[in-house]
Design a protein around this ligand. Structure first.
Ligand code: ZN
Length: 149
């Protein structure tokens, strides 16, 4: 179990240091800004759609390793997924990091995103892990979090 934790930590540190899909795209169909005042994380998430399919998720901003790693893993995971699949994954991810019951099963379903399951033991970090997700959710639904706060 400790080896698994080390592996999870490695993935989080790797994505925190070398985030994938970082930087604004040439054009973005939608974007939203998110802010986690508890930690100081500020992310802008960009979304491009091809019909109902997510063709690209990118992000920029500054944040702690957890918030950046979560955004990076999210951007990798969602490429090619439909908006309906995103809603399901969003719900599963939120469940995994906020509730103990059923969290292990959600983590298994979420594949690589499961490395973030451990944050539920650190309530102060949950908002770091969910920031990119809330922000993308707002972008999908046409809200800009920075203007609706
Ligand atoms: Zn943070």
């Amino acid at each position: 179990m400790d080896d698994l934790r080390d592996l999870y930590q490695e993935v989080i540190i790797d994505h925190g240091r070398r985030p994938r899909n970082f930087g604004a795209p040439a054009t973005a169909g939608r974007l939203a800004r998110g802010h986690n005042p508890l930690c100081g994380d500020e992310l802008t998430v960009f979304l491009n759609l091809d019909g109902d399919t997510i063709s690209e998720v990118r992000f920029e901003g500054t944040g702690c390793a957890i918030s950046v790693a979560s955004a990076s893993l999210m951007s990798e995971n969602l490429k090619g997924k439909t908006l309906a699949e995103f809603e399901k994954i969003y719900g599963n991810f939120h469940h995994m990091v906020t509730e103990d019951e059923g969290a292990e099963a959600r983590a298994a379903d979420l594949g690589k995103l499961g490395v973030l399951a451990g944050v539920r033991e650190f309530p102060a970090r949950v908002k770091c892990a969910t920031l990119a997700w809330h922000t993308l959710h707002a972008a999908v639904h046409g809200e800009d979090l920075a203007t609706t706060e």
